[in-house]
Design a protein around this ligand. Structure first.
Ligand SMILES: [Zn+2]
Length: 165
C-alpha cells in the first residue's frame, strides 16, 4: 500500500532485513546498537521497528513497533508484508544489500575501466551504490539471487494459502 514505508530491523532479525532490502524496502540495520539509540533513530527517521523483543513496544510506546513472534525469517517477512499490505514484487534489486542505499542506474561508459571486458561487451544495465562505491550488474550472482527470490515467493504463497487471509 505504502511505498515510502521505512523499517529499522534490530540485530535479532538480520536475515529479515536482508530479504526486505532484496525486494526493495528501505530497512536500516545496525549491529550491536543499543535499544535507546535504535529507538531514537527510528523516531528521527520515521521508521517502523522490527524486533524479536516482545518488550520493545512497551518500553518505547511512542514508536511504531512490529514484534515478530518467530525466528523463521520467511515467516517474519510474510508477517511484515501482510501487516503493512506490501507487495513482494515491489522493486527487486533496487537497494544495496550492504548499506541500504538506493542503487542508481548508470551508463557503463562512465565506469568502463572498472568493468571486466566481457561484461562490458555483453551487458548494458549497470547500477551503482554511492555509499559503498560498488558497481552491480546482472551476472551469475544476480541470477542466483533471482532464483532465491522466486523460491521464497513460492514459499510465501504457500504460507498465504495455508494461513488464509
Ligand atoms: Zn551500498
Amino acid at each position: 500500500m505504502e511505498s515510502d514505508i521505512k523499517f529499522f530491523a534490530d540485530d535479532m532479525v538480520g536475515r529479515l532485513c536482508w530479504w526486505l532490502r532484496m525486494i526493495g524496502y528501505d530497512t536500516a540495520y545496525e549491529r550491536d546498537i543499543e535499544d535507546d539509540d535504535l529507538a531514537r533513530r527510528a523516531q528521527e527517521e520515521d521508521r517502523i521497528v522490527l524486533t524479536r523483543d516482545t518488550t520493545f513496544a512497551e518500553r518505547y510506546p511512542d514508536l511504531t513497533v512490529l514484534s515478530l513472534p518467530t525466528d523463521r525469517p520467511e515467516v517474519q517477512l510474510w508477517l511484515v508484508l501482510k501487516t503493512y499490505q506490501l507487495d513482494y514484487d515491489h522493486a527487486w534489486f533496487s537497494r544495496c544489500l550492504v548499506c541500504n542505499d538506493e542503487l542508481l542506474p548508470v551508463h557503463k561508459e562512465k565506469y568502463a575501466e572498472r568493468i571486466p571486458p566481457h561484461v562490458l561487451e555483453t551487458l548494458d544495465e549497470f547500477w551503482y551504490c554511492r555509499t559503498c562505491d560498488q558497481l552491480f550488474w546482472k551476472g551469475t550472482h544476480h541470477k542466483n539471487m533471482m532464483m532465491k527470490l522466486e523460491r521464497l515467493k513460492e514459499r510465501l504463497q504457500k504460507m498465504e494459502e495455508q494461513r488464509g487471509r
